[in-house]
Design a protein around this ligand. Structure first.
Ligand SMILES: C[S@@+](CC[C@H](N)C(=O)[O-])C[C@H]1O[C@@H](n2cnc3c(N)ncnc32)[C@H](O)[C@@H]1O
Length: 322
């Protein structure tokens, strides 16, 4: 008998439109102008991100995978979990290492995935269901809002990988970690992937690769806004930039206007004037000091049970519990 495979959509087209309207109205009116990174991830954006994870410059995925290869058994044992809840799951490719370890212990019963990108989520969920033959519940939702709406079978290991936490500024990061804590039960555990501080040239290369895949990923956000809001952004009139912000301790991805231009956003009845050289912030990627991670988790009510780095100390995985 095959186990159930369900997809639940918590973000309707109307929700998506309202959220885009709000984000664009607020973000593009402010200075510096900004667009939240959630708008990168239509199907094209998710496929481009998947390509980024394979680039020679993008060390993050390789390092996190190396830690999971070495430590998944230990993590699975320490968690005692029978359910894996992955947030911002994307392709769930590295997650196979954790799931294999749970399956080898005979403890894997359920998988819950949450991502905003429906196509990639459906594909990942179908692949996991075929591989593990356990109940897979895929949720199309916004992690900033929907953690408490997830199903809660069994004892859960929550995985938030890929340093996605680094895309949040300190105040919203603290709020998000507190939301994780509130959504978790007493026996649950939380596995957090964080990228660590390192030489600026390596960081810049990771966000501005030679092949230009990251540039295409960044520019794709304009196409998403065109499709969602009837805007007329022309990606050819913008260029990708990656900049280290030493005060924040993060890389900023920006889109720079190559010329003076006007962009119309039909759904908002809005015209945006951009001067040549003006920039729109599309993503921050925080690079953590190792001791900042337990401190931030602690403030959210999560105590560290274990922490592991790769051989070069580039990336950190931390297991925590309420
Ligand atoms: C940096 S990627 C990491 C993907 C994967 N976890 C990994 O480690 O390679 C961020 C993932 O989070 C998803 N995502 C981004 N913002 C989101 C949001 N607000 N709600 C739900 N998912 C989101 C994206 O679709 C993408 O799959």
């Amino acid at each position: 008998m095959t186990s159930p495979f369900t997809v639940e959509v918590l973000v309707s087209d109307t929700d998506r439109l309202r959220a885009a309207e709000q984000d664009v109205r607020r973000g593009l009116a402010e200075r510096p102008r900004s667009i939240p990174p959630v708008w990168f991830y239509d199907e094209t954006g998710s496929l481009l991100f998947d390509r980024i994870t394979r680039l020679p410059e993008y060390y993050l995925t390789r390092c996190e995978r190396a830690i999971l290869e070495a430590r998944s058994e230990e993590i699975a044992a320490a968690s005692g979990a029978d359910t894996l809840v992955e947030i911002g799951s994307g392709t769930s490719e590295k997650t196979l290492l954790l799931l294999d370890a749970m399956a080898d212990r005979g403890s894997l019963r359920h998988i819950v995935l949450l991502d905003i990108s429906e196509e990639i989520l459906r594909k990942a969920a179908a692949e996991l269901q075929a591989r593990y033959r356990v109940e897979v519940h895929a949720v199309v939702g916004d992690l900033r809002r929907d953690l408490v709406r997830l199903p809660r079978p069994g004892r859960q290991l929550w995985a938030f990988l890929g340093s996605t936490i680094g895309n949040f500024e300190p105040a919203s990061r603290a709020e998000l970690l507190a939301q994780f804590r509130r959504a978790m039960g007493p026996g649950d555990t939380f596995l957090l992937g964080t990228d660590l501080r390192k030489a600026t040239d390596r960081l810049l290369a990771a966000y501005d690769d030679a092949e230009g895949v990251t540039a295409r990923f960044n520019l794709n956000v304009l196409e998403v806004l065109d499709a969602t809001l009837g805007a007329d952004f022309d990606p050819g009139r913008f260029e990708h930039r990656a900049v280290w912000n030493p005060d924040g301790g993060w890389i900023e991805m920006r889109l720079r206007s190559k010329e003076d231009q006007q962009v119309k956003v039909a759904a908002l009845d809005m015209v945006i004037h951009l001067a040549r050289g003006e920039e729109i912030l599309t993503e921050i990627s925080t690079k953590f000091q190792p001791d900042a991670v337990p401190a931030e988790l602690g403030r959210a009510g999560l105590g560290v049970r274990g922490a592991w780095s790769d051989d070069d100390g580039d990336f950190l995985l931390t297991l925590a519990a309420p």
